[in-house]
Design a protein around this ligand. Structure first.
Ligand code: MYR
Length: 131
């Protein structure tokens, strides 16, 4: 269901979220218009994700329920897991620098992929359309 190439269409409270994450104002402005595109390929429990944006192009491989590492574009390192709960991807990641938790979900709603983010009480969403 998640398979395909998804282009970010709009954000909800994402700048505030980045501010809570400690991203500086200049980077927040750039990141709000990062043209993020993710290509998701699921094969059973294995996911292969290609992420491309104005910042970088990277490939991420993970298995549901198995911890892996992921770095944000500003270098902040996270580790955590994705799980599938019914039709929703539920991710729990911990920042390596301060031990705080970042919760995220991905779900398909009305043909759009909605990714939610939550950190220290601040919630945001990015809404992607299929390419
Ligand atoms: C993936 O499935 O795409 C790889 C793992 C994603 C981990 C969680 C991503 C959180 C991104 C938060 C962006 C915050 C910017 C300050």
């Amino acid at each position: 269901a998640f398979d395909g190439t998804w282009k970010v269409d709009h954000n909800d409270n994402y700048e505030k979220f980045m501010e809570t994450m400690g991203v500086n104002a200049v980077k927040r402005k750039l990141a709000a218009h990062d043209n993020l595109k993710i290509t998701i390929k699921q094969n059973g429990n294995q996911f292969n994700i290609t992420e491309s944006s104005t910042f970088r192009s990277i490939v991420i491989n993970f298995t549901l329920g198995v911890q892996f590492e992921y770095s944000l574009a500003d270098g902040t390192e996270l580790e955590g897991t994705w799980n599938l709960e019914k039709d929703k991807m539920v991710g729990v990641f911990t920042r390596k620098d301060n031990g705080k938790v970042l919760n995220t979900t991905r779900e398909i709603v009305g043909g759009e992929l909605i990714q939610s983010y939550s950190y220290e009480g601040t919630n945001a969403k990015r809404v992607f359309k299929k390419e």
